[in-house]
Design a binder for this molecule. Structure first.
Ligand code: F6P
Length: 527
């Protein structure tokens, strides 16, 4: 089996002390730098033998990378190219089915820029005056990227206020629209397919809300979609429709039209810097060799912990409040991409695929779930993210405290606290058997792996680098796992069953062909 050698390597060494591997060279030898970012994986159990083993597993990555960047149809189950990189890196000429894709990308980007500037300057007039609020209605990749980036880049906001509605739960749209003025609100319907039930339902609710106050709701609607037919059916004028091709996957789409809400908030120039950050990471990924390649090393650390050591989850822990939505964004990026059970050839995988990804910003997480990370029975590899500089110069002392907390956590995870140390902490309070009992609760096993990604400051450029870094990490892990990272068939069954259950829930159809549990739940919820 593909991972046998790695597994036996990891099994034999994963319990040795990470601290014993530390020497003066380790911090630089087990870290990678790329255009101002530093990725440190020295606080893991990886040594040079395990790293060689990991690098050998990545032999197929360069050819697969070339295939993806050059527009080959690497998403084989959907028969599509995978070219989100073409939305941000314009120097490389890329063709799909013989057609150069870059001119269209650039013309859509400049149309978006013009529209955004018109809205921001008030040249685009809504029916009650200049636009004060923008509501992006979308879900999954049509929501998570934009909301994550808009939150991350709040110090750069200079446009209308942005709001995001995703959940089909009427509470989401009702709460969002409650304080808005329909006459000065722009609704963006973000949906690649323009058929997603949640988005279409919320869009209709927004349309009806607007129709009560303005003569022409459609004039305050814009659409971001690949489905021009459907946007036309909705009556959204073509000048406010921003299209993209099927080679942009939903969860990889924030670089193009799906990023319009972000562009409206931060302006076209700042949005361009976000694209530049992504492009810089693309160039790095394409040119840096082996150990110097940051996305590759991030992927290999992931493979080591998941396929090698058998750790089923990983936590993403940004020490940056504005990266609040990054864990949720990465959940879709990583879990929808690499949560598969069959290989590219349709064979059942004889090993685990992608891990469960979760997290929260520090320091909040410290006061919630870090207890389990430090003392629980499971090992959770942690991925810390922290900036050298904050955005609040007058609160620099708080930023230093934030950094101190971040570094303290990775140090505590690695070093732990021995029984002797625990005893001496409480020796003045307890004696004899009670001292032993109390000390045992205060032991930290330590030797728990973590990585730290350091960025200079959270800006549009560095955010672009971070997102592209994780995209390429997911890609490299997917290649090593031998799966298709670009389809998402696993979301379909639930959608089909929800459609079938709709008439059951509103009483127009009976639940009699459902299983007994579902019937009982229907009965409880509807009677
Ligand atoms: O949930 C599956 C999915 O297809 C995601 O991959 C996608 O990001 C999301 O739904 C939204 O799709 P759309 O942009 O077509 O509305």
């Amino acid at each position: 089996m593909k991972f046998d050698a790695l597994l036996s390597q990891a099994t034999s060494v994963k319990d040795r002390k990470i601290l014993d591997l530390m020497d003066n060279e380790r911090a630089s030898a087990y870290s990678v730098q790329a255009d101002g970012l530093l990725f440190d994986y020295s606080k893991t159990n990886i040594d040079s033998a395990s790293r060689d083993e990991l690098l050998a597993l990545a032999n197929d990555v360069p050819a697969a990378r070339e295939a993806m960047f050059s527009g080959q149809k690497v998403n084989e189950t959907e028969g599509r190219a995978v070219l989100h990189t073409a939305l941000r890196s314009f120097e490389r000429k890329v063709s799909v089915d013989g057609v150069d894709v870059i001119p269209d990308v650039q013309s859509t980007l400049s149309r978006m820029g013009e529209f955004a500037e018109n809205v921001r300057t008030g040249a685009f007039v809504a029916q009650g005056g200049a636009v004060t609020d923008v509501v992006n209605i979308g879900i999954g990749g049509s929501d998570l990227g934009p909301v994550m980036a808009a939150t991350a880049l709040s110090p750069f906001h200079s446009g209308p206020k942005t709001h995001f509605v995703s959940n089909v739960d009427g509470a989401h749209i009702a709460d969002t629209l409650a304080d808005l003025n329909p006459a000065t609100t722009l609704i963006i319907v973000a949906s690649k397919t323009f058929t997603t039930i949640e988005t279409m339902t919320n869009a209709k609710t927004a349309w009806d809300w607007m129709a009560k106050d303005v003569a022409d709701p459609g004039a305050q609607f814009a659409a971001l979609s690949s489905n021009a037919e459907k946007t036309a059916e909705w009556g959204i004028a073509p000048e406010r429709v921003f299209g993209f091709e099927d080679w942009v996957g939903g969860r990889y789409s924030m670089w193009g039209p799906i990023g319009l809400s972000v562009m409206l908030a931060i302006g076209a120039e700042n949005f361009q810097r976000f694209l530049d950050g992504g492009a810089a990471m693309d160039t790095h990924f394409l040119t840096a060799q082996g150990l110097d390649n940051m996305p590759l090393m991030l992927a290999l650390v992931g493979i080591w912990h998941n396929q090698g050591c058998g750790y089923a989850t990983r936590a993403v822990l940004p020490y940056d409040q504005r990266l609040l939505r990054l864990p949720a964004y990465l959940q879709q990026l990583e879990m929808e991409s690499n949560g598969k059970s069959v290989s590219m050839d349709g064979e059942t995988l004889p090993y685990e695929s992608g891990p469960v990804v979760w997290g929260e910003p520090g320091t909040n997480g410290q006061h919630a779930f870090y207890q389990l990370i430090h003392q629980g029975t499971r090992v959770v590899p942690c991925e810390f993210i922290v900036a050298a500089e904050g955005h609040e110069p007058n609160l620099e002392h708080q930023h230093r405290l934030l950094q101190a907390n971040c570094l303290a956590q990775s140090e505590a995870l690695m070093c732990g606290r021995s029984l002797d140390e625990a005893r001496s902490k409480v020796a003045n309070k307890f004696k004899g058997a009670e001292l032993e009992r109390q000390a045992a609760h205060r032991v930290f096993p330590g030797n728990r792996p973590s990585t730290t990604l350091c960025i200079p400051k959270l800006t549009p450029f560095t955010l672009g680098q971070i997102v592209a870094l994780y995209e390429h990490r997911v890609f490299a892990e997917g290649v090593i796992l031998g799966i298709n990272s670009y389809d998402q068939w696993g979301v379909e069954l639930g959608k089909e069953l929800a459609t079938a259950l709709g008439p059951v829930m509103d009483g127009t159809e009976s639940a009699e062909d459902k299983d007994a549990s579902t019937q009982a739940l229907v009965s409880f919820l509807t009677s």
